[in-house]
Design a protein around this ligand. Sequence first.
Ligand code: C2E
Ligand code: MG
Ligand code: MG
Ligand code: MG
Length: 283
Amino acid sequence: QADIAMYQAKKAGGKTLYFFDHSMQQTIMDRASLDLDLRQAIAEKDQFQLFYQAQVDSCDRVIGAEALIRWMSPTRGMVSPLDFISIAEESGLIEPIGYWVLSTACQQLVDWAQQPETSHLTLAVNLSAKQIRMPSFVDEVLALLDSTGANPTKLKLEITESILLENMEDIVEKMISLKARGVNFSIDDFGTGYSSLQYLKCLPLDQLKIDQSFVRDLAFDSNDRTIVRTIIAMATSLGLDVIAEGVETEEQLKLLKSKGCKTFQGYLFGKPVPIAEFTIALK
Ligand code: C2E
Ligand code: MG
Ligand code: MG
Ligand code: MG
């Protein structure tokens, strides 16, 4: 146990770390043990699963899905990405995990392309900052598209504004290369980041995804209504699509529609589910 903590301390860059606080030491050991379990999970990739959440148009038709990773740990049960993605980012494990996600998503697109009922579906995949900063990122995505035969125009990569805070030139260049092959880009959690809106005019974007924090209180909070209306107006003027996430009620849907939003995602239409369930719900 102490070894694990030391290992973690060394990895964090320090030469020596003194644990005065038991709860702090516990937290570090919890993280170290999560990190070890995650390494095991990467070795046995069947511990990961992609869940699919529907994205629908104004007529309730499913036009695509967002892929959301789940970790089925033999000891921890189902672990939410909120509890392991940031740790995976710190340890670099996000690179093999992100690759697995992209490769699984591309295979799914190929499966969908083979059936007339599913061939129109797009698939959104979340990218982490560390993943897109890898020098090999563009080549890896292009190689996956080639080897699987997935249609790049059905793949939508979601990035957050925080990804753009550092070394934006590098990110722009990578996005342009992938865009040239037909890959789409969406800004996830739009409106919650600290980056300037400057990027909206230099990135090859297709979509803004209104964060669920603006959708949640739409019926009660006139500020949220103003923000949502403004995001939609701006996106439309810039020629970008808009999708609202976290839509849970008919009232939220009605308000979003009245403001010009045309695409939606949220529990109102379906929770993220395993692929078999997603496919059944389509029929
Ligand atoms: P996100 O990309 O913003 O995904 C939306 C999150 O909101 C998902 O949580 C989804 O299950 C949840 N959600 C969807 N509809 C509703 C709704 O109507 N109400 C509420 N309250 N929540 C809703 P999830 O699956 O736990 O994922 C959390 C975050 O983890 C994602 O946020 C994304 O940032 C990250 N993530 C998930 N999968 C991946 C992945 O494969 N790679 C990376 N790098 N990050 C991922
Ligand atoms: Mg997302
Ligand atoms: Mg989001
Ligand atoms: Mg979010």
